[in-house]
Design a protein around this ligand. Structure first.
Ligand code: AMP
Ligand code: ZN
Length: 113
C-alpha cells in the first residue's frame, strides 16, 4: 500500500467501492465519474505508479489484468469495448496507481482525444 494512494485504499477496503470483479491480484470497480455507459477500472492490488513503473517481475500480473478485463467484458456480454491506460500527466493520468479503463456502450471515435 502506497501512503496516500486512493486506489490502494479501495483495495484495502478503507474506502468503499462498487466492486465488479476481484481475484487474488486484481480488483475492478465502477469509475465514479463514468464517461461511457460501461466504465470500469481494472487495477492490480499491488501498488504500481503506472505502466512505465512496471517491470519484468510484473509479467504474470499484467497478464492477469488483461485476462480479468476479458472476463469482465464477456460476463457483461460486451462485444465492442475499448481498454485504455493513461501513463503520465500529459497523457491524462490523474491517479498514479496503474489502472485500465474498460469503456463500452457508446460509439467510440478514433483517434482518441
Ligand atoms: P486517469 O485519469 O486515467 O488517471 O483515471 C482515473 C480515474 O479514476 C478517473 O476516471 C476517475 O473518475 C476515477 N476515480 C478516481 N477516484 C475514484 C474512486 N474513489 N472510485 C472510483 N473511481 C475513481
Ligand atoms: Zn496504490
Amino acid at each position: 500500500m502506497a501512503g496516500d494512494c486512493i486506489f490502494c485504499k479501495l483495495v484495502s477496503g478503507e474506502i468503499p467501492t462498487a466492486k465488479v470483479y476481484e481475484d487474488d491480484s486484481v480488483l475492478a470497480f465502477q469509475d465514479r465519474n463514468p464517461v461511457a455507459p460501461t466504465h470500469v477500472l481494472v487495477i492490480p492490488k499491488k501498488h504500481i505508479d503506472g505502466l512505465a513503473s512496471s517491470s519484468e517481475t510484473d509479467r504474470e500480473l499484467l497478464g492477469s489484468i488483461q485476462l480479468a478485463i476479458r472476463k469482465i467484458a464477456a460476463d457483461a456480454g460486451l462485444a465492442d469495448y475499448r481498454v485504455v491506460s493513461n501513463n503520465g500527466r500529459g497523457a491524462g493520468q490523474s491517479v498514479f496507481h496503474l489502472h485500465y479503463h474498460l469503456l463500452s456502450g457508446r460509439r467510440m471515435s478514433w483517434p482518441p482525444g
